[in-house]
Design a protein around this ligand. Structure first.
Ligand SMILES: CC(=O)N[C@H]1[C@@H](OP(=O)(O)OP(=O)(O)OC[C@H]2O[C@@H](n3ccc(=O)[nH]c3=O)[C@H](O)[C@@H]2O)O[C@H](CO)[C@@H](O)[C@@H]1O
Ligand SMILES: C=C(OP(=O)(O)O)C(=O)O
Length: 425
């Protein structure tokens, strides 16, 4: 879908309060996990994002009937799995869709899923998903970009991931929930989005122990019941708004936050000189108290500094006098924001996955987002500059930020249409 570019006039402070949406990256696996029960489930805190619409299209193909029962509440019901394939047209739009493999396998015993898509900054392998499935007794073949998976019995056994993978951990858990086997996953991701999906599944009667630690034990159960669940707040959106407040040297109250999910981000902003006050469910971010200092960051798996905030942090540091070093070994090629920030006067030198950033005064320019968080970096940069920045590639922002234009205007930003609200269906 081609959307009109976003037009932003910055160079002034923002302020007031902004309410963070619930988590995209937690909502998507929770929606997929609803495939495991034949009874209806009601989910609250589902952001209206294009990624959510994409996963709902995919679930519709598999046999799920959905109905919005409130602005951000969704009823899902999958009485039976009607198709066991996840077609390329849908899976290629979005990385998270690959985890339908575990859910379809669990429910139907076989699944055919295309190689996933998602933000396109470089290779995003699924070898750990495949190795985990094979180790747990699933037969998998790959043919022309399609994976065919089949299980003749319940999954059982032990698998140690070679690296921490959020999606790989989701997929293996989903595949193991139904049946009579016991699966032990070692070196599993301790990400908040894994914990959220497990809490949802356990609330439906699954028997999963250890989420939030590196060893997760899944004991198969015969069936799950229906239920109701609320997804956690979006820590990446919260972090984006915290960085926006810092970049515009403003004071902003960020509501609907789990401060414990944002420790690494809060610590780095504090090291820069941003005052952050924690209150129940919100953070007050104040970048008006002192001059900001450069810092160095290296991305890591949760609870480290998230790669999904690296481009936004780079945009902020591009405005801070002095030299900062930003390294993203999680996604070494996640650098599509750099050339666009250069157009706005940023001084960033790249070597491998390292950006050396010299703070500078940015200026308005026409720019283009090539992926979701690069788009976020660009609206942060745009709001620090006088003049009008026109940001193309709005469809990527639409993947991750709900009603962005409207909410930014609510904190005093000059953002002209199109509003990013999607048609509500
Ligand atoms: C929809 C969603 O929730 N996406 C998030 C999820 O993606 P996703 O779940 O795809 O990311 P992973 O946690 O799997 O990836 C982490 C690292 O492991 C590598 N890897 C992963 C799987 C695999 O089989 N082999 C392999 O080598 C990846 O290339 C990457 O370097 O976590 C990422 C890391 O926090 C975030 O950037 C994404 O926003
Ligand atoms: C990169 C992201 O999503 P995906 O993994 O779906 O590309 C993201 O949320 O920043």
């Amino acid at each position: 879908m081609q959307l009109t570019p976003l037009q932003i006039k910055g160079g002034r402070q923002i302020g007031g309060e902004i309410t963070v949406q619930h988590s995209k990256n937690a909502a998507l696996p929770v929606i997929v996990a609803s495939l495991l029960t034949h009874e209806p489930v009601i989910l609250h805190g589902i952001p209206r994002l294009s990624d959510v619409y994409t996963i709902l299209d995919l679930l519709a193909h598999l046999g799920t009937v959905h109905r919005w029962v409130g602005d951000n509440s969704l009823e899902l019901h999958t009485p039976e799995i009607l198709n066991t394939d996840a077609p390329y047209a849908l899976v290629s739009k979005m990385r998270a869709s690959f985890i339908v493999m575990g859910a379809i396998l669990a429910r139907a015993g076989e699944a055919t899923v295309s190689m996933p898509g998602g933000c396109a900054w470089g290779p995003r392998p699924v070898d750990q998903h495949v190795k985990a499935f094979r180790a747990l007794g699933v037969e998998i073949t790959e043919d022309g970009g399609n994976f065919d998976a089949r299980r003749s019995a319940s999954l059982s056994g032990r698998f140690t991931f070679e690296l921490l993978t959020v999606g790989g951990t989701h997929n293996a858990i989903l595949a193991a929930v139904l049946g009579d086997g016991v699966v032990i996953l070692e070196n599993a991701s301790i990400d908040t989005d894994v914990v959220d999906m497990v809490e949802f599944l356990n609330s439906l009667g699954a028997d999963i122990e250890g989420a939030g630690t590196n060893t997760i034990t899944v004991r198969g159960v015969p069936a799950l019941r229906g239920g109701e669940y609320t997804v956690i707040p979006d820590r990446i959106e919260a972090g984006t708004f915290m960085m926006l407040a810092a970049a515009t040297r403003s004071r902003l109250t960020v509501n609907n936050v789990r401060p414990d999910h944002l420790r690494a981000v809060t610590a780095k902003l504090q090291e820069m000189g941003v005052e952050i006050t924690e209150e129940a469910g919100r953070l007050i971010v104040d970048a008006t108290v002192r001059e900001l200092k450069p810092v160095n960051i290296t991305t890591q798996s949760y609870p480290g500094f998230p790669t999904d905030l690296q481009p936004q942090m780079s945009a902020l540091l591009a405005t801070v006098p002095g030299t900062s070093v930003v390294q993203d070994p999680v996604y070494p090629d996640r650098l599509t924001h750099v050339a666009e920030l250069h157009r706005m006067g940023a001084n960033i030198t790249v070597s491998g996955y390292t950006q050396v950033i010299q703070g500078a005064d940015l200026h308005a320019a026409p720019v283009k987002a090539a992926d979701l968080r690069a788009g976020a970096a660009l609206f942060i940069a745009a709001l620090t500059t006088e003049g009008e920045t026109v940001i193309d590639g709005v469809q990527y922002l639409n993947r991750g930020y709900e009603r962005l234009g409207e909410r930014l205007r609510g904190i005093g930003a000059s953002v002209r249409q199109p509003d990013l609200a999607l048609a509500m269906d």
